[in-house]
Design a protein around this ligand. Structure first.
Ligand code: HEC
Length: 241
């Protein structure tokens, strides 16, 4: 899951990541009947003909696309996060080669097989507005989710804290952030969260308290507070005070 791939890929993640930052305020969820039976029916053929062979045992790294573990990797994020990943990277042996309609239909099928109710037609333009949730509706992020946040660095040495931090954006991988992504982080709004930063922070001692930073890390809730094990920390300039 932590595998590093090409940087070109990171850049293509940027647009969907931006939507993720607003995920907690999205209006509809995958429990609201957001795909049609006809779409899922068409998607089932694609799944059977193209996806099943790898995802049902043919490829050791291709996990099953149904069940709680699968949903845990994609929930509390807009549907565009899951769709963006597999429409760029799947089928594993011929990435991105299917038509947009086929990817949407396949997504409808995955929703159906994961137990979500059918309803209105699913459209690509609205994927960023629909929150993917588990069967109990919106929940806290699972522990160990990989996330990106921006915030203001406080504290010193090994006892660093991120204050005025944004809500977390889920990531599929923690590749080094691209220049484009860091440029976006510069203008990204701060928030109200506070996170304790963990990990090998000694090398970050050059960073001064008060800097606006982007952190990629692993989400570790502990009671009412949350720590992030830092995977990368980048100064993105002024904006903190
Ligand atoms: C040639 C084998 C292969 C085929 C065919 C294939 N996949 Fe995959 N798929 C993989 C592998 C390998 C991974 C794990 C990739 C990774 O972790 O980066 C994966 C990962 C995924 C994931 C993320 C799974 C998770 O648990 O987080 C989704 C979603 C997915 N594939 C959807 C599809 C769909 C939809 C199709 C058919 C259109 C498809 N795949 C066809 C090999 C394949």
């Amino acid at each position: 899951m932590l595998s590093i791939t090409g940087l070109a890929l990171v850049a293509s993640f940027v647009s969907s990541d931006v939507a993720l930052a607003q995920s907690t305020t999205l209006e509809s969820t995958t429990l609201d009947g957001i795909y049609s039976r006809a779409q899922a029916q068409r998607g089932s053929r694609t799944y059977r003909n193209i996806c099943a062979h790898c995802h049902e045992g043919g490829e050791p790294d291709a996990d099953p696309l149904f069940g709680a573990d699968f949903i845990d990797r994609w929930r509390e994020a807009p549907l565009s996060f899951l769709h963006g990943f597999f429409s760029r990277e799947m089928p594993g042996d011929e990435p991105g080669t299917l038509t947009p309609q086929v990817y949407i239909d396949t997504l409808a099928f995955l929703l159906q097989e994961n137990g979500y109710p059918a309803g209105a037609e699913l459209k690509e333009e609205t994927l960023g507005d629909i929150l993917l949730v588990g069967e109990d509706g919106p929940q806290p992020l699972p522990a160990d989710a990989m996330v990106r946040v921006v915030g203001c660095l406080a504290g010193e040495g090994e006892a660093l804290v991120l204050e005025q931090a944004s809500a977390p954006t889920r990531l599929r991988r923690a590749d080094a952030p691209s220049a484009e992504e860091l440029a976006q982080a510069k203008t990204q709004a701060l928030g109200e969260a506070t996170y304790t930063l963990r990990g090998n922070l000694a090398q970050q001692s050059s960073l001064s308290a008060g800097a606006k930073v982007q952190v990629q890390g692993v989400w570790l809730p502990a009671g009412a507070s949350v720590a992030l094990t830092v995977l990368s920390l980048d100064d993105v300039g002024q904006g903190c005070n």
